[in-house]
Ligand binder design. Structure first.
Ligand SMILES: Nc1ncnc2c1ncn2[C@@H]1O[C@H](COP(=O)(O)OP(=O)(O)OP(=O)(O)O)[C@@H](O)[C@H]1O
Length: 255
């Protein structure tokens, strides 16, 4: 299923947040959204997820979700949102229980997503026993359990330290390479965007407008740490964003 954003504009009261966003996210690709603080990235994600409606324009779902998809649009948040009293397995089974899936069918799905996220040995652990990186892997496993058409990822790695972030990026690349998924991925981190994005959508400061959509052809599995090609793209992104980021920063100080 592709996602198409068609002329999305939005204001909260007198504050214009987004202006005329047109974008297509093809199935099986990762679209990263970057832009200065407050430019409307998370708002756009909420529109795609159907949590809110834009003042103008529409979000179109083109094509069908996968046949056994339980929830077409599934979020992965920065702060994991795991239930502390439930084990890793219990956190994943919860989303299946919501869809009436229990017993052997649930066990099969849980075993599959735990294996894909390399968590099989931790099925009985509680969240408090896990590092931040492991917790986020559980949240990703939980998202995969509903076999979403599109994962909506809002700064999923930004609560993690830089080494853990590198490991999780490797994990996401391995996960996508084994079985491509579609994602809209909001991040502040340009290194993350060039490592994971097939397309990188650069938004201006508020009201967020698309400044440029940068496509990266290099396969995800061929993108490494400190890759000179990616560093060149990252520099281009920063050249696009620097002045706007500074202006957005100054604006927040005066709010
Ligand atoms: N429910 C709301 N009511 C009023 N204003 C809102 C609401 N949600 C967001 N905003 C405002 O809309 C603008 C865009 O917010 P949003 O969180 O989408 O930006 P962002 O690009 O994700 O920011 P950041 O990078 O800092 O997370 C901000 O100025 C924010 O204060």
């Amino acid at each position: 299923m592709d996602i198409r954003l068609d002329g999305i504009s939005h204001s909260y009261g007198d504050t214009e947040v987004l202006r005329d966003i047109n974008l297509s996210v093809p199935s099986g690709r990762i679209a990263c959204m970057v832009g200065p603080s407050g430019c409307g990235k998370s708002t756009l994600l909420r529109f795609i997820g159907g949590l809110e409606r834009p003042s103008a324009g529409q979000v179109l779902q083109v094509g069908n979700p996968p046949a056994d998809c339980l929830n077409p649009l599934t979020y992965v948040f920065q702060h994991f949102a795991l239930l502390p009293w439930r084990s890793v397995r219990g956190n994943i089974s919860l989303v299946l229980e919501d869809h009436g899936i229990r017993g052997a069918r649930a066990e099969t799905i849980i075993a599959d997503v735990l294996a894909r996220t390399r968590l099989s040995d931790f099925a009985d652990a509680l969240p408090k026993q896990l590092s931040g990186g492991m917790k986020q892997r559980v949240a990703i496993a939980r998202a995969l359990a509903v076999n979403p058409a599109v994962m909506l990822m809002d700064e999923p790695l930004s609560a993690l330290d830089s080494q853990t972030r590198e490991l999780l990026m490797d994990d996401l690349v391995a996960l996508w390479t084994r079985q491509p998924f579609t994602a809209v991925y909001v991040t502040h981190n340009l290194a993350e965007a060039v490592r994971l994005g097939h397309q990188i959508v650069v938004l201006s400061r508020r009201p967020g407008q698309i400044r440029e959509v940068v496509e990266i052809d290099k396969p995800l599995e061929a993108r490494g740490y400190a890759d000179p090609d990616l560093e060149a793209v990252q520099k281009h992104l920063w050249d696009l964003m620097r002045d706007e980021a500074r202006a957005a920063d100054a604006e927040l100080i005066h709010v």
